[in-house]
Design a protein around this ligand. Structure first.
Ligand code: GLP
Length: 257
């Protein structure tokens, strides 16, 4: 398998600073993402990771589990913060992000449950759950934030139009986002219409950001993010102003860049 990058580009104009690495396929992208996460875990006494859900980081999590099982990586001191969660879905619902994280990472590694932070999703306590997550996030600066990207260039659940200085908030999901995520549910009617998400301000506060995008359906969002202006209409475009952001793409997602 080819794991070296097909191309590496730097955006360095008008204060932009973004590294774009393109790989042959999803597997190579996941391997590279895992190397970046491992470096953080190995080089920090108390590594703090920001984690994403969705189909994109599944290969990354699988590799991290394999490393742990091979005694090459320990999560003993790792602290995690997840980006987002649907509102009003039981945490035990298989499509809740709580269940996703448990199934795809946490239950397979030696992470201390006390070190796991996920936003609560009680629709009857909106203000409290927002305040609680903002407080939790203020405790530990994030060393490395993993991001996927929505087809409309959302990051976390920060939909187009979200102010760049937004902290944790309750969001009404875009119709396009609900359509995209309907594939995980029996029908679109079951996709929650609201979510809680870490805000762009908190994402941007991470010391390093790694955004992963694979597949044709992300090509347009990646083009707008990389080639277009920095605008709240394209949430991921703000990442160009981050001092240490790497974008990992497969060939399909990189087709317009
Ligand atoms: C979801 C999540 C995002 C994720 C994105 C892409 O709506 N809230 O955090 O990055 O959509 O998901 P996928 O990786 O399944 O394409």
């Amino acid at each position: 398998m080819k794991t070296t990058a097909i191309s590496v580009n730097h955006l360095r104009k008008y204060g932009e600073n973004m590294k774009i690495e393109t790989y042959e396929n999803d597997e190579a992208v996941s391997k590279r993402a895992a190397e970046l996460v491992e470096a953080i875990i190995t080089n920090h006494q108390q590594p703090v990771l920001g984690l994403a859900t969705g189909s994109t980081p599944l290969g990354l999590y699988q590799r991290l589990i394999e490393k742990y099982q091979a005694n090459q990586l320990s999560f003993e001191n790792v602290i995690t913060y997840n980006l987002d969660e649907y509102l009003g879905l039981a945490k035990t619902h298989p499509e809740s992000y709580h269940a996703y994280m448990d199934k795809n990472l946490f239950s397979h590694v030696n992470i201390n449950p006390k070190n796991i932070h996920m936003p609560d999703n009680d629709a009857n306590r909106k203000q409290e759950i927002v305040d609680d997550y903002n407080q939790a996030l203020a405790k530990h600066p994030i060393d490395l934030q993993i991001l996927g990207i929505g087809e409309n260039a959302h990051i976390g659940f920060n939909e187009p139009g979200t102010p760049f200085d937004q902290k944790t908030f309750i969001v009404e999901l875009d119709e396009q986002t609900r359509q995209s995520n309907a594939r995980f549910f029996d029908s679109i009617d079951e996709v929650p219409s609201e979510a809680i998400t870490m805000g762009i301000k908190q994402i941007m506060a991470a010391k390093q950001i790694v955004l992963i995008a694979t597949g044709d359906n992300k090509a347009e969002a990646i083009k707008k993010t990389i080639k277009g202006p920095v605008t709240e209409d394209v949430p991921a475009s703000i990442l160009k102003t981050h001092p240490n952001c790497i974008i990992l793409l497969d060939k399909a997602a990189a087709k317009y860049v």
